[in-house]
Design a protein around this ligand. Sequence first.
Ligand code: NOJ
Ligand code: CA
Length: 708
Amino acid sequence: MKSFLAALAAIALLATQGCAPTGSDCSVASPDGRIHLTFALNSEGCPSYAVTFDGDTVVRPSLMGFEVADPADPDFHSGFSFAARPAMESVDSVWVPVWGENDTIVNRYTALNVRLTKKSSSGADRLLNIAFRVYDDGIAFRYIFPAQGSDSLVITDEYSQFAMPSDLTAWWIPGDYDTQEYEYNRSRLSEIRSINEGTDKLGNVSQTGFSPTGVQTSLMLKGSDSLYMNIHEAALVDFPAMHLDLDPSTLTFRSWLTPLPDGTKAVVGLPFRTPWRVVMIGDEATDILASDIIYNLNDPTPYDDTSWITPVKYMGVWWEMITGKSAWSYTDAENFDLATFDYSKARPHGRHAANTANVKRYIDFAAANGFDQLLVEGWNTGWEDWFGKEKEFVFDFVTPYPDFDLKELNDYAHSKGIRLMMHHETSGSIPNYEQWMDSAYSLMDTYGYNAVKSGYVGNILPKGENHYNQNSVRHYLNAIRRAADHKIMVNAHEAVRPTGLARTYPNLVGNESALGTEYQNMSTAHETILPFTRLKGGPMDFTPGIFRTDLGSFAPGNKEHKRATTANQLGVYLTMYSPLQMAADLPEHYMEKPDAFQFIKDVPVDWSESRYLAAEPGEYIIVARRDKKSPDWYVGGVANEPLDYQLSLSFLPAGASYEATIYADAPEADALTNPEAYVITTSTVDSSTVIPVHMARGGGFAISLKKQ
Ligand code: NOJ
Ligand code: CA
């Protein structure tokens, strides 16, 4: 019966797909038949697409194309005709990620490949191909410029539109060429302009807004309770990052590329494939969280050997500097030339955290508690002369401070079974980092480092460049590729937001590219939005695990209180997937709560299966995941406002019993007024068990389910 119904559905699908005899428009459907994409050339030869979901319009007819730097004929978006009959194709395959939320990923879609041509007053015919893919969880398209006329094209604008079906609710951050470190706004599309104009821009050291109606991707959208959408891009290679600019009068977004210093957007060698423009679509919020469309749109990895890429749980000599308890720098000296400055003659200020004795203390703790690595920031010279100075040469990435014994500390870590994690703060000076990169990676080889946290704080140098333009995008990928030559994993902060490139380059194990824990006091909604937005492109080094929330209690002068309960900080290890997870707090704070710390020690960072059980952007996320190395399951949740949830364990295999350890908010817990109140209980459970969980404001829960 089932196969008869499936055959009927397939016939129905075929009947609604195909191209009009005139070739003027074509329609393709997702494999499950729920999403339809129509491509058309209008009477002026302008390409456009539109999308329906279960018969309802979700993207109204939206124009496509470019403008190029050719005074004789800049138009690359009208006057087209078909160069060939559009071709359709069905693809159904499975691939195995090196790390991830699931051990296999299904890549199933219907493709429509369009080839366009136009006569140009500037000489040779213009050629533009558009590849569409329609998945069960969304649609995507990319432009392909075949070889033509010249060797390269200078793109001055992209005109991809996303015409929204109605005044949707959006979770958005302001469009910016340099930073994503913002709190999210939730509003109707029509309210974006007024809120954006009034937004406090947080005073990041590098931020460049471009329009009061500009927003960033990934942009989470909601229509009714049965329509969730998300606009992002995939496979951002050799091209500027795409922002969106809204025309409030038509509720239509258009792509807005980050410019080069000369104001043009990109210089592309031909032939060239742009990144994919993607609209995820689902009728449940959990569909967006579970969508693999971004990874599916990226190329398979070209790496022959990926055995050196491993998930990493780490601690860091880090939070003590972030909170102001201690410093990255070694002295109070300023305004010097690193090449000639003599550190051995400078008087240390006595607050340098990355000193040999302190690092050994962390190594002892991290090794004793089963961590893989210890990040050490402030190990290298230059920090005195860094912040906000916009100097070209601040760091050489190879010279340790006098009180950091590079060899002794690495040997000590290795003797205890862990590695140190390298840190490269580039100070935004890309030419300086490019120049030192090979020596920096070679130094890592010499001492046995296999992972680097890099960072791009401040304006990108030389001046005029931006974090998200084509030049910077090229650099970030170059750093990842060159690291791979040394079998080094990369976690880049302040780099461009991820777009699924970790499928192709799985040594890209983390990025920041959003407001992370180092902001200390983000809203209680933030963690319930990031998995719908920033995480759609790839893992975030969010650095959870803060147990002591009154930061002034150990870092005098710090007035911040982290707005998260202890159970929330455990739940985040589940709700924010990353193969790289930090336990960010200080060893002494974990020693105060060894029972809660046990969960951080236990929780895996690589999974064979994940099930998003319930979610609503800005409100709550609950997910269950099965360990890649054992039959054990783990469940986690985070909530913005207090929430009681009946957790059914029906995802467990029938007949098996598990020992559950439940880490929950105490009834009186509250992220703002009583964040450290938690209760831990144990019980024996099976697939018929329902566990009632209470989550506080800014709260959460975490459960380990160990098979008996
Ligand atoms: C910003 C990074 O996000 C943070 O984690 C790091 O500690 C500082 N830069 C210093 O590089
Ligand atoms: Ca940062």
